[in-house]
Design a protein around this ligand. Sequence first.
Ligand SMILES: C[S@@+](CC[C@H](N)C(=O)[O-])C[C@H]1O[C@@H](n2cnc3c(N)ncnc32)[C@H](O)[C@@H]1O
Length: 509
Amino acid sequence: MRRQAPSIPLIPRAGPARERLRIAGQFWTPAWIADAMVSYVIQGGSDHIFDPAVGAGAFFRAAKAASAGLGRELALLGTEIDRDALAQGLAQGLTALDLNSTQIRDFALNPPDRMFDAIVGNPPYIRHHRISQRAKAELRAFCLDFTGIVLDGRAGLHVYFLLRALQRLATGGRLAFILPADTCEGKFAPSLWSWISAHYRLDAIVTFAPDATPFPGVDTNAIIALIRNEAPRETFHWAVCVQPETSQLRDWITASFTAPGAALEVHERLLDEGLATGLSRPPLHEVWAGPQLGDFASVTRGIATGANDFFFLTRGEAKRLGIPETLLRSAIGRTRDVSGSEITLDNLRALDSRGRPTALLTLGTESPDTYPPQVRAYLEEGIRRGLPERPLIATRRPWYKMESRAVPPFLFAYLGRRNARFIRNSADVLPLTGFLCVYPRSSDPVFIEKLWRILSHPMTVANLGLVGKTYGSGAIKVEPRALERLPIPTCALEEAGITRPEHQPSLWS
Ligand SMILES: C[S@@+](CC[C@H](N)C(=O)[O-])C[C@H]1O[C@@H](n2cnc3c(N)ncnc32)[C@H](O)[C@@H]1O
């Protein structure tokens, strides 16, 4: 275990010194963290590091130590707004030469023109109400221009630093930032991280157990984000550091996130899940005790006919066979037959005109004699084909009795990576086994409307990865009971303004 370098000043707990820190956002990064972060950004072979907020130079010291290990000099590039902070760097072992390429300038509003391959930083943690109105307007305009996002006004300076640094990150370059956890938890966080992770590769997020905090005495949790300017991936590494001041974080990073020591607990997580849970939080399935879909709806699989080629007909076939409309129900068989998030009567008509089956022969327990002669003839045809002996059909009395389902207001297409989705059933169709039936626990139309808002909320959909089984191909399969365990994100509940109904399980039977 390495101790923190004694030259790093302790953080004043109160009084004017503490207030000065708060205003300037001057919290120095301890060496064990700076070493780990620098080890990440130089892994791509960069000949420099760039620190946008050099302060007393924690990352420059780490880069000098790394240079010695690499046997080559890393150029030390930086910006800093406060000359006095750099003077502290000199007092802490840096030379004037080390600071030669550090420019005194405001990185957020006036960054250097060039791009960097390796950016490492601990940006000033300055909350939004301490940023001047003018600077804030400029930063928000930059953000809109760079990302297309109107960021919630509560984003602090550190958030704009992160975006500015990503803007200056060369293709293939690496960035390591240590940030307050609010960067992943604030109101602005979902849109911020959705944008970042859609445009960059989030390699890892490192969090800290209270005993291992990099900033003892500071009331904010820290996280480290390790990001590459490369194509995004569907998973990312997530770690909680449980012991401070060891080299294990650096070792795990340099071993490409393998072989973690006892000081780290690591998880490989799905990006969708991480974004839905909040990147600073542990994987949801371990902690989720909040509302689940089952609190609002019950889920049943679609109808299994036992022989689609016999029971599930095109309208043309049904007509040719002379089967009366009263014995047919509109149904949907393949997920591919519904392309969007709603099935309408127009969709059904389009399927009919393409010769896709949409008519389910729905017979009950009546004896064949009670049916018209054409239906009787068709049932005899079924017997000739050996249908009554088929596995599922053989369990039914009589064999042609169809499974019964109420028309579900919502369907769920349960297999597929991009295609696993909820579908609004505006055509009153019955789904076959390619779908699950979702029955709201209240029949109140207002409740059903609100439930639809929840089901179509991107954060709800993102949670599917938590309850589904994922396959190598990226497909997700979700079983009915698992879908009832789908965590409903608080933001989706709040936006829909829904409350949990009393359970009414028999409502749709
Ligand atoms: C949290 S400290 C980190 C310093 C050092 N990199 C470290 O990790 O120990 C943030 C530094 O950002 C500087 N700073 C604040 N606003 C800045 C700005 N707009 N542009 C550049 N530096 C700024 C502060 O003076 C402070 O030294």
